[in-house]
Design a protein around this ligand. Structure first.
Ligand code: HPA
Ligand code: ZN
Length: 335
């Protein structure tokens, strides 16, 4: 099973590029850019990654992003992530970036997006990994800041497929951004949102009804509302579940208590993703392995998780068919 998971073709739909900043690169960039960080070694950084909830993680995560200043830094960050994708047999990835984490520090929007996109273009050319970019609004900031960010994206609509919503869910429900999301949709962008990670199942309903999302990021709290679970199953509304993240942030106490296999069994379009791999201890393969070690998972179910991600992705039908064929051929060969 380990080898099967390792070589299984995968698609990632929930990855914060700033969350792929490994402590070694953080150190390198801190030196290169003369940014002071409160750690003396990458090991010390790793030891500090003990979180009690989402907010305790976010505080450290925004601190870490302070070493990112120049276009080259965003390129290096994204390229390092793509090399990990290659190791993990990720065919396609849809990555989040948080412009406000950078523009609030005086970094230009263009610096951020150009660095990321240069690496993504190279990833497609040299590694054959396709990708899309999703711009997230920080939900702890106000609507005005989100509107200003959306305006900055206007000259980059060829590079952005969707808008998303991340950061502190508690106290910042989806309805706070209903008007911004309507504007984004009018601009031709798709929408996704983090909902039902720490927040109540009502946030999942509101993300669907008020923000028009194509996918729900996390969404694991849907189990509190059986009618919602039924609706998610019937509509095949994708959930981008992040198992290692959920354990690190104490959404579930242990992996054997995680509900994703139960949701998969109920017909939901569940997918497995890494969220912030540098902070939560693993990339795509690690996440699949952690679930398969703690919960019963057959090869067919592992393949189904990949097929779900292809179905839930924003790629065109032709590419979906090609990638799905790779997964089913792989499953047939290995079983
Ligand atoms: N939840 C909310 N905001 C985030 C996350 C997350 O898991 N990762 C990065 N920003
Ligand atoms: Zn996330």
């Amino acid at each position: 099973m380990k080898r099967f998971i390792h070589n299984l073709p995968k698609v990632e739909l929930h990855l914060h590029i700033e969350g792929s900043l490994e402590p070694e690169l953080m150190f390198e960039l801190a030196q290169r850019n003369q940014v002071a960080i409160p750690f003396s070694s990458p090991e010390e950084v790793r030891e500090a990654y003990q979180f009690s909830n989402l907010q305790s993680f976010l505080d450290i995560y925004y601190q870490g992003a302070r070493v990112l200043l120049h276009e080259q830094d965003f390129y290096d960050l994204t390229w390092a992530y793509l090399l990990r994708c290659q190791q993990d047999r990720v065919l396609h990835t849809e990555i989040f970036f948080d412009p406000q984490t950078h523009t609030e520090r005086g970094i230009a929007f263009d610096t951020v997006i150009h660095g990321i996109c240069r690496a993504l273009a190279q990833g497609e050319q040299e590694l054959g990994i396709t990708s899309q970019l999703i711009m997230c609004f920080l939900r702890h900031l106000d609507e005005e800041s989100a509107f200003a960010t959306l305006q900055m994206a206007e000259s980059h609509l060829d590079k952005i497929v969707a808008v998303g919503l991340d950061s502190s869910e508690l106290g910042h429900p989806p309805e706070k951004f209903e008007r911004v999301f309507a504007r984004a949709q009018a601009m031709g962008l798709k929408t996704v949102a983090h909902a039902g990670e720490e927040g109540p199942s009502q946030n999942i309903k509101n993300a669907i009804e008020l923000l028009g999302v194509s996918r729900v990021d996390h969404g694991v709290r849907c189990v509190d509302d059986p009618a919602l679970v039924e609706q998610l199953s019937l509509s095949r509304m994708p959930l981008t579940v992040c198992p290692l993240s959920n354990i690190k942030l104490k959404v579930f106490e242990t992996m054997d208590q995680h509900n994703l296999m139960q949701l998969l069994d109920q017909g939901l379009c569940v997918t497995i993703n890494a969220d912030d791999p540098a902070y939560f201890g693993g990339y795509m393969t690690d996440n699949f392995l952690a679930v398969a070690e703690a919960l019963p998972m057959s090869k067919a179910q592992a393949a189904q998780l990949s097929l779900n991600a292809i179905e839930a992705s924003f790629i065109d039908q032709q590419l979906k068919q090609k990638y799905s064929q790779l997964v089913t051929d792989y499953l047939n060969r290995c079983s």
